[in-house]
Design a protein around this ligand. Structure first.
Ligand code: 13P
Length: 249
């Protein structure tokens, strides 16, 4: 019922020529891979250059962030409409690196989601606990409050995706075990049921992110509430990223 979604988050990596080469590479490889929605979130500066290389909608583009205001004197920020006009269908919001390094909070993320919806962008909302919070038994409390804060007053129009990214698993080589991830995803789905509606929560895709690679992806993606992956480091090499897509089989 939920189409698998595999997304590459390049973060602040790659220059435009290597990005174009990666896109050409994935276009060659995708026809041999299982059906899934495939998304690439490159740095903003690469979007317009990559768009003409994304043929047949088989590879969709996402922004890694945006500001909630539609335009104006906000040096260094970009709007949802700008992402849209550069060819994006999605935007990643609330990534833990934005929360940690740029002090983003749930209220701001909430405004960004509203603004993304107004601009016709789909949102990939990231949530997840730190190691300290997990060790303190606070995982559910933290994730619940992130979801409630970010989604307050938001209606799902079929344009919401949630990514569970435990902070301790990002870029560390430590992955949540399939059981740990499934438990968190089931909790997220139940929480979405009370925030949105039970029907809407059944349709929301919940991605796992945090040191996903071709060796651990199959087992993670096999879990009933894991609908895809948000991949950082292992998305930089096109063959490694495609091996993750292939593990959907
Ligand atoms: P890694 O796959 O490098 O752990 O990054 C995960 C992530 O933050 C994706 O958004």
């Amino acid at each position: 019922m939920r189409r698998p979604l595999i997304a590459a988050n390049w973060k602040m990596n790659k220059l435009i020529p290597e990005a174009v080469e990666w896109v050409a590479g994935i276009q060659r490889l995708l026809p041999g891979l299982p059906d899934a929605e495939i998304i690439l979130a490159p740095p903003f500066t690469h979007l317009a250059a990559l768009k003409p290389h994304c043929k047949n909608d088989s590879l969709k583009l996402a922004g890694q962030n945006m500001f909630w205001e539609p335009q104006g004197a906000f040096t260094g920020e970009i709007s949802g409409a700008m992402l849209k006009s550069a060819g994006c269908e999605y935007v990643i919001l609330g990534h833990s690196e934005r929360r940690l390094f740029f002090h983003e909070d749930d209220a701001g993320i909430n405004k960004k989601i509203s603004s993304a919806q107004a601009d016709g962008l789909k949102t990939i909302l990231c949530v997840g606990e730190t190691l300290e919070q997990r060790n303190g038994g606070q995982t559910e409390e933290v994730v619940k409050s992130q979801l409630q804060g970010a989604l307050e007053g938001i209606e799902d129009k079929g344009d919401l995706v949630v990514a569970y990214e435990p902070v301790w698993a990002i870029g560390t080589g430590l992955t949540a075990t399939p059981d740990q991830a499934q438990e968190a995803h089931a909790f997220i789905r139940a929480t979405l049921g009370s925030i949105l509606s039970p029907e809407a929560s059944e349709g929301v895709r919940i991605l796992y992110g945090g040191s996903v690679n071709q060796d651990n992806s199959r087992e993670l993606l096999n879990q009933s509430d894991i609908d895809g992956a948000l991949v950082g480091g292992a998305s930089l090499a096109v063959e490694k990223f495609c091996a993750i897509i292939a593990s959907l089989n």
